[in-house]
Design a protein around this ligand. Structure first.
Ligand SMILES: Cc1cc2nc3c(=O)[nH]c(=O)nc-3n(C[C@H](O)[C@H](O)[C@H](O)COP(=O)(O)OP(=O)(O)OC[C@H]3O[C@@H](n4cnc5c(N)ncnc54)[C@H](O)[C@@H]3O)c2cc1C
Length: 389
């Protein structure tokens, strides 16, 4: 979008620590075993909403239909192929600076100094888009349970020794305990079952059936008009919390899990608030997961599929001090309060979940990135025109 708005390539850098752009997303998506996205086919990283459909027309697919359902949800394979196509066409990898940002400094209005683990960069305009968090936070009960030897792993994190966990489950006859009640937990449990691996899904609440993360009205004026009419950021936060379908799964995933309930390999515990873990007496290689109010559940390992992010604004450790120093506006929840152009301070813009008090509950989704592009495009265009003139 910035390139399309006339920003010169020489003036643009994408700072991301992974060897390839989109690597974090690809890793997390692959971990769940998902084969289709939850969002519709008009949500992708290209500029024209309909270009994924045109792209699909040029792709060969023998087994997997490119789209599913009335919302035409794209297959993960198609979505990825298109994302790589967009990346190649726009030459984005040439703009990639592989580094992790560790700090930002500067005065109001810039220029800003971006400190990374591979040196520093100076810039007059900075867009902060660190996503919602790169890994699954490990709760305190899990840290305690690890001391008893229980293997606890985060579904989204640096390393998930999946083959070893599956092998252990087969060897001990004790299932992998998947903790979580949202779509990632459901899809991961189904993908383990698909490999013949015994699984117990530990859900804190009964199934919450929702097709999307938030109602589609939040993409346009239907819901956003009322949201923008509210000025108090704390009230906006409450609206976001109420609108987001946390811990929910689409009907299709719930249906497949319900169908699997008859299988000897699958057990489902609803209302299971996990509190800890300890070695299972008399069973080598097995552990007991303690669940409030019910007998312990025997497992061979635990995978936390409890989402990403920890409630705090992402990047707080490297953005927080700078924001305080410059007295950038924040809501009581700690999240930035940007203006309508997603500008948090002069020359400092936001995208993704950091922009959600302006973009609403879908800010952290793919369509949220598209919405951020729509807000940032005119800013970039006017800067490019001013520079040319
Ligand atoms: C399993 C799964 C399935 C999903 N399915 C859907 C779906 O169907 N539809 C949908 O709309 N959304 C879906 N999402 C959400 C989707 O991941 C986001 O919409 C999308 O990735 C947001 O893009 P982003 O660029 O804002 O953030 P991200 O994709 O998270 O990218 C942020 C990047 O910033 C990098 N970063 C973080 N901190 C730093 C730092 N200090 N220095 C440098 N770089 C840093 C991260 O490493 C990462 O590469 C799904 C998420 C998951 C986990």
């Amino acid at each position: 979008m910035l390139l399309d708005a006339g920003v010169a390539r020489a003036r643009l850098r994408l700072v991301d620590p992974h060897p390839q752009l989109l690597a974090c997303w690809e890793r997390n998506a692959a971990r769940t075993g998902m084969t289709y996205l939850r969002s519709p086919g008009v949500h992708h990283i290209g500029l024209d909403p309909y270009e994924l459909f045109r792209f699909a027309g040029r792709q060969y697919s023998r087994h997997t239909p490119h789209f599913k359902g009335v919302r035409r949800r794209p297959s993960l394979a198609l979505f990825q192929a298109h994302a790589r196509h967009v990346e190649r066409q726009a030459g984005l990898s040439e703009l990639h600076c592989q580094a992790r940002v560790e700090g930002v400094s500067g005065s109001r209005g810039g220029p800003f100094r971006v400190e990374t683990d591979r040196g520093s960069l100076a810039t007059r305009r900075l867009i902060l888009a660190p996503g919602s968090g790169e890994g699954t936070p490990v709760p305190s009960w899990a840290r305690g349970a690890e001391h008893s030897g229980l293997p606890v792993h985060a579904l989204f994190g640096e390393a998930l020794p999946l083959e070893a966990l599956v092998e252990r489950a087969h060897r001990t006859g004790a299932p992998i305990g998947v903790v979580g009640g949202g779509i990632s937990a459901g899809q991961f449990a189904l993908s383990l079952l698909g490999r013949g691996c015994p699984v117990t899904l530990l859900m804190r609440h009964p199934f919450r059936v929702e097709e999307l993360d938030a109602d589609p009205g939040w993409v346009g004026p239907k819901e956003l008009r009322a949201f923008h009419a509210v000025e108090d950021p704390a009230a906006r936060r409450r609206m976001i919390q109420a609108a987001r379908h946390r811990g929910s799964m689409p009907e299709e995933v719930v249906g497949r899990l319900r169908a699997a309930q008859g299988s000897e390999h699958f057990s489902l515990k609803e209302g299971a608030e996990v509190e800890g873990g300890r070695a299972a007496p008399g069973r080598e290689g097995a552990w007991e997961v303690e669940v409030a109010g019910v007998p312990p559940v025997v497992v061979s390992s635990v995978v936390l599929a409890t989402g990403v992010g920890c409630g705090r604004p992402p990047g707080e450790e490297w953005i927080g001090g700078f924001a305080t120093e410059l007295e950038l506006p924040r809501a009581p929840c700690g999240y930035p309060v940007p203006d309508a152009a997603l500008q948090w301070g002069e020359g400092l813009h936001l995208s993704g979940s950091l922009a959600e008090l302006e973009l609403g509950p879908v800010a952290r989704n793919i369509v949220g990135a598209r919405m951020a592009g729509t807000r940032l495009g005119p800013v970039a265009r006017s800067l490019a025109t001013r520079r040319a003139g």
